[in-house]
Write a protein that binds this ligand. Structure first.
Ligand code: AMP
Length: 276
């Protein structure tokens, strides 16, 4: 397994594989790797010859006061996990490598980046758009794999890549969960023992909401009840709990519905989404 820190090294390695006719897959991550990330590596291995995993905690997608400095980082452990799981290349650039110039004027073409997550983290999708565009340029993969755990992010990236005409196939992979239903996330490391016990209630309550929705209960009533249940379970605040169109993410449901949520457990913000 090759570990590269600069985009020149990465590109030289990729060009060699491309010259041999190999199909290249990219799996972008922020590290603190878990089984959710590994499911993307596994899917990528099944659909490509060479799997590149990038590890980069991207400063532009964090706002002032968010967890950029405290985000869990363990490079040696992540590299060992990737070696075990058969990744071919690990790309671990520094902030200077990814951001050698001032980025104030960079605006990626993002649609619907101001709803749901964007309403509560207005900086977020701009940062994601910038870093994903850079990674796609540097790696030039044939395919890139993202988790449905971050459903809106997947949707925004698909649309951005289409808009920019980037020659890459974006592939979404299902959310991996703990046995009790909690979606795997690097931020679950922040939960106290007590909070970890409550955390699966998010997925459980969302499933109950989906069932009520399917039975025809009006959306406003389902959402109000769901919010009350979350607060009663011990969640401190609910940022959003909404049924959206699974394609447009708008409230008007034209194809199928998707339920998306973000809620605070103490100082940890959990997000989740399910098919309805
Ligand atoms: P992150 O390191 O949190 O930025 O995530 C890197 C990639 O892994 C993103 O495409 C995420 O959507 C994906 N991912 C994170 N958690 C999960 C999970 N529980 N199941 C599937 N994919 C995940």
């Amino acid at each position: 397994m090759n570990v590269h820190k600069t985009h020149q090294e990465l590109r030289a390695s990729i060009e060699e594989f491309k010259a041999q006719g190999k199909v290249i897959a990219l799996v972008p991550t922020m590290g603190a790797l878990h089984e959710g990330h590994m499911s993307l590596i596994k899917a990528a291995k099944g659909q490509a010859d060479i799997v590149v995993c990038s590890i980069f905690v991207n400063p532009t997608q964090f706002a002032e006061g968010e967890d950029f400095t405290t985000y869990p980082r363990d490079e040696a452990k992540d590299i060992a996990i990737l070696l075990d799981n058969g990744a071919d290349i690990v790309y671990i650039p520094s902030v200077e490598e990814m951001y050698p110039e001032r980025e104030e004027i960079t605006e990626p073409p993002i649609k619907n980046g101001d709803i749901l997550e964007g309403e509560f983290r207005p900086h977020f999708f701009r940062g994601v758009g910038i870093v994903v565009t850079k990674l796609l340029h540097q790696c030039a993969p044939d395919k890139a794999f993202f988790g449905q755990k971050d459903y809106q992010q997947l949707s925004v990236i698909k649309q951005m890549v289409k808009s920019l005409g980037v020659p890459v196939e974006i592939i979404g992979c299902p959310t991996q969960r703990e046995e009790d239903g909690l979606a795997l996330s690097s931020r679950n490391n922040y939960l106290s023992v007590w909070e970890r016990k409550i955390a699966p209630e998010l997925h459980k309550i969302m499933q109950e909401m989906a069932e009520e929705y399917r039975q025809g209960t009006p959306v406003e009533i389902v959402c109000e009840k769901g919010k009350r249940k979350l607060l009663a379970a011990g969640f401190a605040k609910v940022d959003y709990l909404r049924f959206c169109d699974s394609q447009t993410l708008l409230p008007e449901i034209k194809s199928s519905a998707r339920l998306l949520a973000a809620a605070w457990l103490g100082t940890t913000r959990l997000i989740d989404n399910i098919e309805v």
